[in-house]
Design a protein around this ligand. Structure first.
Ligand SMILES: Nc1ncnc2c1ncn2[C@@H]1O[C@H](COP(=O)(O)OP(=O)(O)OP(=O)(O)O)[C@@H](O)[C@H]1O
Ligand SMILES: [Mg+2]
Length: 259
């Protein structure tokens, strides 16, 4: 059981020690990591993924439930409590989507194969172009692959910690992902350039020059702002879907969507 992870400071790109004492992230919590391009966001979640022990370029250390994780937890993929989905994540098995999920569900000893159908349905809530159960995982697009793996991590995977590196760029419907994830009871860390995702998470980590500069907690005004931005985001999303479908924006469309 993972109750929390604790991050201890390392060094930034200039070799200066990070100034926080430690950061504790609890089970079920949502976290975003924000900061300029190249500021070390991916490096930070990679430290979490690797359960770094001062052995990465950042020199950070990550503890689980206050303890140094056993080698088995660090190095045995089956024992690993963490799943990371990045822009480059791909499935390399010569399997259909259905077979791929079935194998995972069986490995997790989930007897009811209904979960396979539900996972594909959930993934299809995240993406535009639908995934079919007989599509080979190797031919899924980048966005479809990430959608499938997020749905798989939520519904089938045992990992209590999910790390997502810039899912917004995959054309994934992010509000669906964030809503669902907030109810999944997992710790989810979003590396993001998206203000809506950043405002929807409870904790915000700000990066600069490879170091953690600040840790902020979501305030009431931000929750309100996030709700408003979601409305706006939905409008942008609707327009995006119209354009993707080859339609033109008409007065009727505006009357319905911008009322
Ligand atoms: N504390 C650090 N010490 C040394 N190198 C670092 C540190 N943090 C990050 N780096 C290196 O700096 C480079 C950029 O970092 P990273 O890829 O994490 O940035 P990013 O914030 O994810 O950028 P982007 O928004 O473009 O994805 C990488 O090569 C990374 O290994
Ligand atoms: Mg990055």
């Amino acid at each position: 059981m993972i109750k929390e992870i604790t991050i201890f400071p390392g060094i930034d790109k200039s070799g200066r020690k990070e100034t926080f004492k430690y950061i504790t992230l609890k089970a079920g919590e949502t976290v975003s990591i924000v900061g300029p391009t190249g500021s070390g966001k991916t490096a930070l979640i990679t430290d979490i993924e690797l359960l770094a022990q001062g052995d990465t370029s950042t020199r950070r250390r990550v503890l689980i439930n206050g303890e140094i994780p056993a080698d088995e937890i660090r190095y045995n993929p089956a024992m690993k409590p963490i799943v990371m989905i990045t822009q480059n994540t791909k499935c390399f098995a010569d399997l259909t989507t259905e077979e791929f999920l079935q194998i995972h569900a069986r490995a997790r000893k989930i007897p009811d194969m209904k979960v396979v159908r539900e996972t594909i349905e959930l993934a299809n809530n995240f993406t535009g172009e639908k995934i079919k159960s007989d599509t080979k995982v190797t031919v899924l697009s980048g966005g479809q692959t990430r959608s499938l793996l997020i749905a798989d991590a939520i519904l089938i995977g045992a990992a209590p910690i999910i790390l997502l590196d810039e899912i917004e760029n995959a054309g994934i419907f992010k509000q669906e992902v964030v809503n669902l994830i907030q109810n999944a009871g997992k710790m989810v860390v979003f590396v993001t350039h998206d203000p809506v995702i950043a405002l929807l998470t409870r904790i915000r980590i700000i990066m600069e020059n490879g170091g953690i500069k600040k840790v902020l907690h979501q305030n009431e005004t931000e929750i309100w702002a996030a709700q408003n931005l979601l409305e706006l985001d939905k409008k942008i999303g609707n327009v995006r879907e119209e354009l993707r479908a080859g339609k033109t924006i008409t007065h009727d469309f505006l009357a319905v969507n911008f009322a």
